[in-house]
Write a protein that binds this ligand. Sequence first.
Ligand SMILES: Nc1ncnc2c1ncn2[C@@H]1O[C@H](COP(=O)(O)OP(=O)(O)O)[C@@H](O)[C@H]1O
Ligand SMILES: O=C(CO)[C@@H](O)[C@H](O)COP(=O)(O)O
Length: 499
Amino acid sequence: MKYVIGVDLGTSAVKILLVNQNGVVTQEVSKEYPLFQEKTGYSEQNPDDWVNQTVAGLSDLLKDFTGDPADIEGISFSGQMHGLVLLDELGAPLRNAILWNDTRTTAECQDIYDTVGEKRLLELTKNPALEGFTLPKILWVKKHEPELFTKAKTFVLPKDYVRLKLTGKIHMDYSDAAGTLLLNVSEKAWSKEICNLFELSTDFCPPLVGSHEEVGTLLSEVAERTGLSEHTRVFAGGADNACGAIGSGILEEGRTLASIGTSGVVLSYESSDEKDFQGTVHYFNHGAPNAFYTMGVTLAAGYSLSWFKDVFAPEESFSNLLAGVETVPPGANGLLFTPYLVGERTPHVDSTIRASFIGMDGSHERKDFARAVLEGITFSLHESVEIFRNHGKTIDTVVSIGGGAKNEAWLQMQADIFNAKIVKLASEQGPGMGAAMLAAYGCGWFESMTECADQFLKVDKEYVPNEANVEKYQELFKLYQTVYTQTQELNKQLVKFRK
Ligand SMILES: Nc1ncnc2c1ncn2[C@@H]1O[C@H](COP(=O)(O)OP(=O)(O)O)[C@@H](O)[C@H]1O
Ligand SMILES: O=C(CO)[C@@H](O)[C@H](O)COP(=O)(O)O
């Protein structure tokens, strides 16, 4: 039997899947790394933690693998998007990576609008200037750490750094480059116009490749440390949401994905770059050749639940924490939660808004709070579903992946809040599966990504909306939406009291 490996470099951990030619996940390893939040709005990771944990994970996987390592034909990557990894001329990181959920760059986003113009930026990149994207982070380092910036030879995104250390070769794929705000998304080329306006030489941007393209083989010392064969073929891989889409079969018009990792996204396939959402949702290149996707992003989706667990039940498992939420009625007995722990992106581009619990009552128990957190996260994702519906998309079926697909009550809640059928696949690890599928397609096992999806992806269970709950949630969603407008000004005034 032949195998491929999908490496998903998430924000909480790297998750590695060994997948056989039938699409069955035969082994899984996960290794965590820390997140550094030195100040409010800051979010960083050490790029070498990613590499060390990926190598350690691959080595654990190979220790338990009973076959011949030469049968593992290919490996590919999925990675948290947008994170800035600045490299010196030797390819060493000059500082910690500044991540997608770091919102320190509001001033730099304004600079981008002032310099490029809002309309022109949308024409070139198909996206607005958002704090989480990479160009604002580059400009922040240029302004605040000028000496360090003079040593910067190039930049990469998180999974590109790991791939660089595994192969010695530097690349960035289109689906991830789309989130930098330096790519002309339609032309699939670095925008000379934007680079010139910010005095960035085009050498500063790494060579571009397609997600399924072969970029080399493993360095011999990496093969030795992991137990993999030196001949393992390495394929570029893609942005985690592009890979999540591939790993969930979002490969044709009309397909929708809800992914709840650290962030949460609602994503829709686009066969062309021609639709106009006026920047209300992100518009990126897909990991599948010549396709696109649109998506709305909740910054703290799974992160809200992990935060709640870390603060109020640090010793307990997620399943313990969520035990009993199904016995609490919709609306959590009058408790609402908004998940703005690190600010928000969709539909409110706002780096100063913070989360709220509204309606706390002396009778509330922990399970009411847990249900309110799940509902708040799901309401936030529903804001993106509504944007898509308001632009004429039909959303009647949604594939759910990530943490949100690990809990039955949460899956049913998604069906009731989105008022759509929710599909849970055999593996909820969409991005890792998508990366494995890119390697399988790259190895030539299939004629197309769709053929690969037909073979690899299996439906496990479907959840249909409960009419009575749908009605209750429609009323609650309107109340949820007013919390943002009612707390926006209050949060601005609280900024000076934050860390
Ligand atoms: N058993 C569970 N039930 C519900 N949610 C879970 C469970 N286990 C993990 N999660 C959620 O999933 C999130 C992690 O999802 P994952 O896709 O691995 O994230 P990332 O790719 O960002 O590292 C956590 O933040 C947590 O909130
Ligand atoms: O910023 C975005 C998308 O624009 C995030 O979705 C990141 O890509 C992080 O993903 P996870 O760690 O939540 O998977």
